[in-house]
Design a protein around this ligand. Structure first.
Ligand code: 13P
Ligand code: SF4
Length: 378
């Protein structure tokens, strides 16, 4: 049930500054974009016969999604990173939106926001290097304050995280006294510190229902909040923040897809607009979509989410045809192999969260981790 009163918002949601090196994220969908991971500012490491031999098994896995001429650029970084992370006792936690050379080349863990949080809470590594965006690195630091948490580029932001401040959460609490605050983890630590419980796209409905409240404040994703409201009887007070990647998908393009490819199976992330979710055959978190492909093996799918997802999933399911119009997340694409290597070498940039804020944010996140993942499909 959606709370229909207009929401007092002093500011409209702020976009993160557009990325320097990548396509304009407001441009029409890019189909198979040129790989932005080749960072021409970096000194290129040598592709020696030893590196070629060591990275050959990885290339064999990804050869359908990484053109062969690109491999000599990636391979020396992959070899160097895999060597250095052992010396550093570092684990690389990689989100599903990272490009295949990172996802398959250097990850110790791959998954969605919830899986990354759970892994970060459990690993005994000295260093966690997050291949994702800053709110994900803050999650790792809050759950493991004693560990060093590295984010290879501090400019890896998120339009949702930028859409709300701690002060605005305090204002919402004043406007709706007694309503618990459920906060999507795509937010910064000071916002989570003002919250009763966190959630991810995988467990948002279960988290809202776990509170036993008649109404909740749900921040900051207005579309995810509307999706949750449609799945529960709890009244949901919304905040109008949006993901700049998912808000651009439309129901009209889904209908075009269905006409062009009769029988196509369309999957959508719950950060997409409501008419897109209504038209989708499956709605789920990034890992939920992967599990759904694995369980149902559709002949042809269209994933309404970030570009790299389809490439990564296509590697695992060569029998499934992935139709790939997509939107790039300019923040996720800030992470590159050369920056990962530099970060492991210099042990910087390291994430720091003020201890008092971290302690309060951790309470909200621990409550979410107790709720966990509702089923094998979300
Ligand atoms: P999940 O991986 O939790 O589905 O989140 C998607 C996302 O947009 C993260 O930035
Ligand atoms: Fe944020 Fe959207 Fe990028 Fe995820 S895909 S990091 S929600 S801007």
């Amino acid at each position: 049930m959606v709370h229909m009163e207009p929401i007092a918002r002093p500011t409209y949601f702020r976009r993160e500054p557009a990325s320097r090196a990548f396509p304009d994220s407001t441009a029409p969908h890019q189909t198979r974009p040129q790989n932005p991971m080749i960072d021409t500012d970096q000194a290129v490491l040598d592709y020696t016969p030893d590196v070629a031999a060591r990275t050959r098994p990885i290339y064999e896995r990804v050869k359908d999604v990484i053109p062969e001429p690109e491999w000599p650029v990636h391979a020396p970084y992959i070899a160097a990173i895999n060597e250095l992370k052992k010396q550093r006792n570092a684990k690389l936690v990689v989100h599903n939106y990272q490009t295949p050379e990172i996802f398959y080349g250097v990850a110790d863990y791959t998954g969605d926001s919830l899986g990354m949080a759970q892994y970060g809470a459990e690993t005994d590594a000295d260093v966690i290097l997050v291949c994702g965006v800053r709110f994900m690195a803050e999650t790792a630091k809050i759950l493991s304050p004693e560990k060093m948490v590295l984010l290879p580029d501090m400019d890896a932001g998120c339009s949702l995280a930028a859409s709300i401040t701690a002060e605005e959460v305090r204002m919402l609490k004043e406007q709706h006294p007694g309503a618990p605050v459920v906060t999507y983890v795509n937010t910064y630590a000071d916002v989570r510190a003002e919250s009763d419980i966190c959630c991810t796209s995988a467990n948002a409905v279960k988290v809202v229902e776990s509170l036993g409240a008649e109404r909740v404040i749900f921040i900051p994703d207005g579309y995810l909040g509307r999706y949750v409201a449609g799945e529960t009887d709890v009244e949901v007070i919304l905040w109008e923040g949006y993901c700049e990647v998912h808000e651009r998908f439309t129901a009209a393009e889904m209908l075009e897809m269905r006409e062009a490819w009769p029988g196509i199976h369309i999957m959508a992330h719950p950060e997409c607009p409501p008419d897109v979710l209504d038209e989708a055959d499956f709605v789920g978190s990034t890992s939920g979509m992967i599990r759904h492909v694995s369980d149902t093996r559709p002949e042809r799918v269209f994933m309404m989410t970030e570009c790299s997802m389809s490439d990564n999933v296509a590697v695992e399911f060569p029998d499934v045809d992935f139709v790939r119009p997509c939107n790039l997340c300019p923040h996720m694409k800030q992470i590159t192999l050369p920056k990962i290597l530099r970060s492991l070498e210099t042990l910087a940039p390291a994430i720091d969260v003020e201890p008092e804020i971290a302690a309060r944010a951790k309470l909200a996140m621990d409550r979410m981790l107790e709720v966990g993942r509702p089923s094998a499909t979300t």
